[in-house]
Design a protein around this ligand. Structure first.
Ligand code: GLV
Length: 321
């Protein structure tokens, strides 16, 4: 039937969930394979299940001419050179929808942790320096009545907006395309320009894919144009934000704080951010619930098997669908 190479151990038993006639190989270590290991492991495979940590480019595809399908176990696929895949007739699929709620929840975990200084409070308590309730200790930001600005208003941005209603926040968004009027009305979300997003939002949360248009979108000038005391949250892709500029904006007291789940040079984090108390940092946990990660694995696997059987995949990336 064919061979499938999985670049990382997944939270499902991939072999048990596929037909016995399918030859499934899984990279044995719990880390991203090196390029040489990936080529070695995937040799002779028709499909590879990849993760955000696996760069897929023309050189890799040329080294693996049997590969006809890259099944990305993530909704974002900026690690995949889509033009190189298209040029070689290689199909690319991804896993939208199944991680939307998990990622929206984590966005709110970060937002609340920054606004209410959860990390600092916990550290204070554990250090033994908590001397009792104080009317002036670790004062944070109240969210009700404040404006949440969403940069990107796709599945995850909208799920974050739905949660924002429960917190009594006003919602503005800036997106490549306007949401349907009924959805805007239901979420009481207002479409605004990028400049208005910066100047009106008390919290800006990023939910856009990484592309040449979004890379570095939040640099020194844009961060300076944010409201004084605003909060920046990023659970999309690190390179949307210039980390050095963010650290500088925080250092001069322009922003209240930032919550980051993704980094410009992941897994590295800008050292100036690591030193700051007003930044909450997480190791790319957006979709990290057991249920979401299992659904992601199954979605990618199902498409890989469908393609090997000659059927159309259910989740081709938009550029190839
Ligand atoms: C994770 O970052 C994803 O894009 O699914």
């Amino acid at each position: 039937m064919g061979r499938l190479f999985v670049t990382r151990r997944l939270p499902i038993d991939v072999r048990a969930e596929t037909a016995p006639e399918l030859d499934v190989a899984v990279f044995g270590e719990d880390r991203a394979p090196t390029r040489a290991e990936l080529i070695d492991g995937a040799r002779g495979s028709q499909a590879i299940l990849t993760l955000v940590s696996d760069p897929v480019d023309g050189a890799l595809l040329d080294a693996l001419p049997s590969v006809r399908h890259v099944a990305q176990v993530a909704v974002g696929y900026d690690n995949v050179d889509v033009a190189a895949c298209r040029a070689r007739g290689v199909l690319v699929t991804h896993t939208p929808d199944v991680l939307t709620d998990a990622t929206a929840d984590l966005t709110w975990a970060l937002l609340l942790a920054v606004a209410r200084r959860v990390r600092e409070g916990e550290a204070l308590l554990r250090s033994g320096r908590f001397g009792g309730w104080s009317p002036t200790m670790l004062l944070g930001v109240e969210l009700a009545g404040r404006t949440l600005g969403l940069y990107g208003f796709g599945r995850i941005g909208r799920a974050v907006a739905r949660r924002a209603r429960g917190f009594g926040m006003r919602i503005v968004y800036c997106s490549r395309s306007r949401a349907p009027a009924a959805l805007e009305a239901a979420l009481e979300a207002e479409a605004v320009s990028f400049d208005a997003l910066l100047s009106r939002s008390d919290v800006i949360s990023l939910h856009a894919p990484l592309s040449e248009a979004t890379r570095g979108r939040f640099g020194a000038a844009e961060l300076a144009a944010m409201r004084p005391g605003a909060i920046l949250v990023n659970t999309s892709r690190g390179p949307l934000v210039d980390e050095a500029a963010l650290a500088a904006a925080l250092a001069r007291g322009h922003l209240f704080g930032a919550g980051l789940d993704v980094f410009e040079r992941e897994p590295e984090v800008h050292p100036a951010l690591l030193e700051r108390d007003d930044v909450v940092l997480l190791p790319h946990l957006g979709s990290a619930t057991e249920a979401a990660r299992q659904r992601m694995a199954r979605t990618a696997l199902t498409d890989a098997v469908r393609v090997l059987l000659g059927e159309a995949p259910r989740h081709p990336i938009p550029e190839l669908s």
